[in-house]
Design a protein around this ligand. Structure first.
Ligand code: SF4
Length: 165
């Protein structure tokens, strides 16, 4: 059975920076949970950051790929540099995904770790721009397809294609 990596906050775990969850009520995700497919994971917590923690954003205009390349930092709202924790979390996510032979991930949109279509712009003003988080960028480099919680149906189509050969 194909396993699917999923942001822990979407599974109801209170791991977000503000100490809350972002529980998804998606029916397909619930089916996959019952089937035992899901591998919940929070890159930021596994990277060593506490709950709660200051909000963090990739610095202005950059995305996860630039962070992986050492060309941009992840900064917390209090000004601290949390790049190393984000990189460690991304590497842990990749290690877990690889250990389960994961080909599909469902990750929380907008996050500097988990975003797949949009991230915040680094100004801490609530503005988003197109881009990927650090974990999403690393998983993508290793051939893992990342979908947001708004694209679970598309992930389901890919799962069917993989399982039906
Ligand atoms: S790093 Fe990902 S899994 Fe962890 S709280 Fe943020 S969005 Fe959720």
């Amino acid at each position: 059975m194909e396993r699917i990596l999923v942001s822990a906050c979407l599974m109801g775990r209170k791991v977000r920076y503000d100490g809350a969850a972002k529980t998804s009520g998606d029916a397909l995700l619930a089916d996959w949970r019952r089937e035992g497919r899901l591998v919940p994971f929070c890159p930021e917590v596994e990277g060593g950051l506490p709950v709660p923690r200051p909000a963090a954003e990739i610095e202005a205009g950059a995305g996860g790929a630039a962070v992986l390349a050492g060309a941009a930092r992840v900064l917390a709202a209090d000004g601290s540099d949390v790049t190393q924790a984000f990189l460690a979390g991304a590497q842990s996510a990749l290690a877990v995904a690889t250990s389960f032979d994961v080909k599909i991930a469902i990750l929380k949109e907008g996050s500097p770790s988990c975003g797949s279509l949009t991230i915040y712009d680094g100004g801490f003003r609530g503005h988003r721009l197109p881009g990927q988080g650090v974990t999403t960028a690393l998983l993508g480099l290793h051939g893992i397809a990342v979908f947001s919680e708004d694209r679970i149906a598309e992930a389901g189509e890919l799962l069917r294609e993989i399982e039906n050969g």
